[in-house]
Design a protein around this ligand. Structure first.
Ligand code: PHB
Length: 387
């Protein structure tokens, strides 16, 4: 064989084994740790649907890699959280964890993610600590901090003339921090929280607390409840006759994904949240059309957060060509991005929490109709975060 023929043969052989870079990489292992049972079961379902919708739109690949899913039902139980997250990290050896809804579970997940260096994207739980003292290069949130909707509603309640407010919530991080955000804004504007009522998660024995509210007669009530508990609270508040006399203000979870079950008892309620109905931006229109085609359902805030978790992962992994070990590259791409969300474009702040508009919504029939922006481009303060 002369030299020319030899070179041609070598080139042909090289071409035959040249496979596109992306195809050489193994599947990306994504672990869903979400509530698939209990009061937050509907949240987990919507988050997963939103995430999968984005993946379908991307032809089944993220960062050039095909995706393989692993699933754990966390039952919104903080006591089982460390064991559950270790199933994904140690047993399944996932590349990224997407979860969860419940703040107490999310804090255990954040600790494990930090200790093991696993990429974690939180598609709901608003635990302030996760983008505060526990913040880390490999931990992101596509949703909100519990402080954000509460803070926005504190401003709204003050503007609407309330002076004395009673708060009522579940006694755990989400409830405490939601009330904390509300109180911070409301008291800054001259209002006063006269009583903070609570019950353990996920209890729904609201009656004694509603009796207390009736006796105190505040100007308004502020509440954080979500999922199945929110359905019952709204119905019980109306049944107790309070809806007619004392305005009920809430973080928007109170009426998100719940209106079919709440019916007329939710009519007229005012809430603050980073999503709502009637936003009418191009991304929301196309997202809603695709979601309803895929699932025959109207998306709620949880579906949006799941979709955006997938978008953030896509942005991060595209920047590092699918190399999930490159955490600094992933983080800088996500922090630099403007995320084209159905909620409207948003950015990720230095503590890895969304900086986003908080909408004021009012329940009209089966819609959380957006009636204004309560607080524009609201960033969680990220207190205690040192990256
Ligand atoms: C939380 O635990 O952080 C939480 C749960 C459900 C929500 C919002 C926040 O709808």
């Amino acid at each position: 064989m002369n030299r020319r023929i030899l070179l041609a043969a070598l080139a042909a052989a090289a071409a035959a084994i040249a496979i596109p870079a992306a195809a050489q990489q193994p599947k990306l292992k994504v672990g869903f740790m979400l509530p698939y049972s209990g009061t937050y079961a509907a949240l987990g379902d919507a988050i997963e649907k939103g995430f999968r919708l984005y993946l379908t739109e991307q032809g089944g690949r993220i960062g050039g890699r095909e995706v393989e899913f692993f699933k754990v039902d966390d039952e919104s139980d903080p006591a089982k959280a460390t064991d559950n997250v270790n199933k994904l990290i140690k047993r399944d050896n996932v590349d990224v964890i997407v979860g969860t809804a419940h703040s107490g579970v999310a804090m255990a997940m954040a600790k494990a993610a930090k200790d093991n260096g696993t990429l974690l994207i939180i598609p709901n739980a608003g635990a302030v600590a996760v983008t505060g003292p526990m913040c880390a290069q490999n931990i992101f949130r596509s949703s909100f901090s519990n402080w954000q909707p509460g803070y926005a509603m504190g401003e709204v309640a003050a503007k609407r003339g309330a002076k004395k407010v009673v708060t009522i919530t579940w006694k755990y991080a989400a409830g405490d921090e939601s009330v904390g955000g509300f109180k911070e804004a409301f008291e800054k504007s001259g209002g006063q929280v006269v009583k903070e009522l609570s019950l353990p998660f996920p209890n729904v024995e609201f009656q004694p607390l509603l009796t207390e509210i009736a006796a105190i007669k505040p100007d308004a009530v502020y509440t954080f409840f979500a999922g199945g508990g929110a359905v019952k609270f709204v119905k019980d508040y109306a049944a107790a006759g309070l809806k007619k006399t004392i305005p009920l203000y809430g973080a928007g979870f109170l009426t998100d994904g719940t209106l079919d079950a709440q019916g007329a008892d939710a009519d007229g309620l005012l809430t603050t949240l980073h999503y709502g109905d009637g936003l009418d931006n191009p991304k929301d229109r196309s997202f809603r059309a695709a979601y309803s085609k895929a699932y025959n359902a109207v998306p709620d805030v949880y579906a949006v957060q799941g979709y955006d978790a997938a978008q953030m992962l896509g942005i991060g992994l595209a920047a590092v060509k699918g190399d999930v070990a490159n955490k600094p590259g992933i983080a800088s791409a996500i922090v630099a991005a403007k995320i084209d969300s159905p909620r409207g474009p948003f950015t990720i702040g230095a503590s890895h929490n969304p900086v986003q508009d908080m909408y004021l919504r009012q329940v009209v029939g089966k819609d959380n109709k957006v009636i204004g922006v309560a607080t524009k481009a609201l960033a969680d303060p990220g207190r205690g975060c040192k990256m």
